[in-house]
Design a binder for this molecule. Structure first.
Ligand SMILES: [Zn+2]
Length: 379
C-alpha cells in the first residue's frame, strides 16, 4: 500500500490526478481474476483463459498440494508467470472489440456476483488508484450486471458503497444503465437504476448511460426520462452524464438538448468539439479500441486531447479501465508531456477540469483544488 504523507492534513502526491471515468468491471487486478477463476474452475467460463495461464496455475496448485516447503518460491514464480500470461492476453484483446467485450462479459463480470468479491475488487482498485497518485475518483458500474448470482440491485450498490465510504480518497459512484434496443426491458432497467440513484444519492454522483453506442447511439428517451427523474427526486444530488461521441459524432441537437437541461459533462466526446461541456477523455482506451479513424497509428500524439486542451476545451484525463487497457494516469500524463509538451500547469488544468466537471461534494472539491495547487504550483 502506498504511503500517503500529508502536508497540513492534505495528501500531495507528486503526480496528483483525478479520475472521473473508470468502470469497476474493467479495473480488476489480473492476479485476482486468475485466482478467483481458478477457484471457480477455469473450464466453467464461456470465454476461455489462455492455455499457458491455466497450465502454470494448475502446476502451482499441484506443487502446493504435494510439494515440499522448499518449493514455495517456485510456486510463486509459476503463479506470477500464469498471471503475466493472462495480462498479455488481456492487453492483446484491445485490437478486437468482440474479444474485448467477451473478456468483460464472460471472464470479469462472472467473478463479480458476490458481495465478498465485489468488495475485494473495489478495495484493490482503490489501492491501485492511490498508487497511481489519484486524489479523487468516480467509479461507475451497471448494477444489473452483478445480479446473476442472486444478489439484489441494492446489495450490489451497498457492497461498493461500503468500501468507497471508507476509502482514503473521496470517491463518488456513478450508476450506469446500458444501451440496448428500445422496449420494456430497457425502460425497466433505467427505472431501477434511477431508483437506486435516488435511494443512494449520498454516495451516487450521477446516472450514466454506457454500452454499445455504435448500435444504439444518441440519447434514448427511455434512459433520459429516468435520468431526469433521478436528478429531480434526489434534489439535484444525483446528476446526469452519459457516454457520447465515443465511436461516432453526437449531433448538434443532442448536444443542445444536454446543455438546455443542465447536463455539463459527457464521457469521451472523442468525435466532437465543444467549449462548454466537460469531456472525460480516455486516450489510451480510445487508442486501444481505435475509436476514431485518426487513431489508427496508435500514437498518443494523434489523440485530440492535446489540441482540445490547447483550445481551452474542458478536457480531463481518465483511464476507462486498466484490466484490458495497458494504461495508468501516470503513464498518460507522462505521454502527454512527451507528445504535447504538457507542463505542470497543463497537468493541473486537466485535473482541475475533472474536479469542476465531477460530482464530488463541495468540501472535497475544495480540498482537491488545494492538493493540485500544492502538487503543481500556482503557474
Ligand atoms: Zn466508459
Amino acid at each position: 500500500m502506498t504511503k500517503m504523507n500529508k502536508i497540513n492534513g492534505l495528501w500531495v502526491p507528486a503526480h496528483a490526478n483525478v479520475v472521473n471515468h473508470t468502470h469497476l468491471d474493467c479495473v480488476l487486478r489480473h492476479r485476482d481474476v486468475v485466482r478467483f477463476a481458478a477457484q471457480a474452475g477455469f473450464e466453467t467460463f464461456k470465454e476461455p483463459f489462455p492455455e499457458l495461464t491455466v497450465k502454470l496455475w494448475r502446476d502451482a496448485e499441484l506443487l502446493a498440494k504435494t510439494g515440499l516447503i522448499t518449493d514455495r518460491s517456485l510456486i510463486a514464480r509459476l503463479q506470477r508467470r500464469a498471471v503475466s500470461a493472462y495480462r498479455e492476453d488481456c492487453f492483446q484483446r484491445g485490437g478486437d472489440l468482440t474479444a474485448y467485450v467477451a473478456a468483460i462479459a464472460n471472464q470479469l463480470v462472472p467473478l463479480m456476483q458476490t458481495v465478498e468479491n465485489i468488495k475485494l475488487f473495489t478495495e484493490h482498485y482503490i489501492q491501485d488508484l492511490v498508487s497511481d497518485h489519484t486524489i479523487g475518483a468516480q467509479i461507475r458500474f451497471a448494477p444489473h450486471l452483478h445480479i446473476f448470482g442472486g444478489l439484489s440491485l441494492e446489495a450490489v450498490v451497498e457492497a461498493v458503497a461500503e468500501v468507497t465510504a471508507n476509502a482514503p480518497i473521496p470517491i463518488k459512484l456513478i450508476l450506469c444503465a446500458l444501451r440496448g434496443p428500445e422496449g420494456e426491458a430497457k425502460a425497466k432497467e433505467a427505472r431501477e437504476v434511477a431508483d437506486l440513484c435516488i435511494k443512494y444519492s449520498a454516495q451516487v454522483g450521477a446516472m450514466d448511460l454506457a454500452g454499445a453506442e455504435a448500435l444504439w447511439g444518441g440519447i434514448p428517451e427511455w434512459w433520459w426520462v429516468e435520468a431526469l427523474r433521478a436528478r429531480e427526486a434526489s434534489g439535484g444530488q444525483c446528476g446526469i452524464t452519459l457516454h457520447l461521441g465515443e465511436v461516432q459524432p453526437a449531433t448538434a441537437a443532442e448536444i443542445q438538448k444536454l446543455k438546455d437541461n443542465g447536463v455539463f459533462v459527457v464521457g469521451h466526446f472523442l468525435h466532437n468539439d465543444d467549449d462548454e461541456l466537460y469531456q472525460e477523455c480516455c486516450p489510451h482506451s480510445n487508442l486501444t479500441l481505435t475509436a476514431h479513424p485518426c487513431l489508427t497509428s496508435g500514437q498518443f500524439r494523434c489523440h485530440p486531447v492535446g489540441r482540445k486542451l490547447e483550445e481551452k476545451q474542458r478536457v480531463m484525463l481518465s483511464t476507462d479501465g486498466t484490466t484490458l487497457i495497458k494504461t495508468s494516469m501516470r503513464m498518460q500524463m507522462a505521454l502527454g508531456r512527451r507528445a504535447f509538451g504538457w507542463t505542470a500547469k497543463d497537468l493541473r488544468q486537466l485535473s482541475l477540469n475533472a474536479v469542476n466537471g465531477g460530482f464530488y461534494n463541495e468540501a472535497d472539491k475544495k480540498n482537491m483544488r488545494k492538493q493540485l495547487k500544492l502538487a503543481y504550483g500556482q503557474k
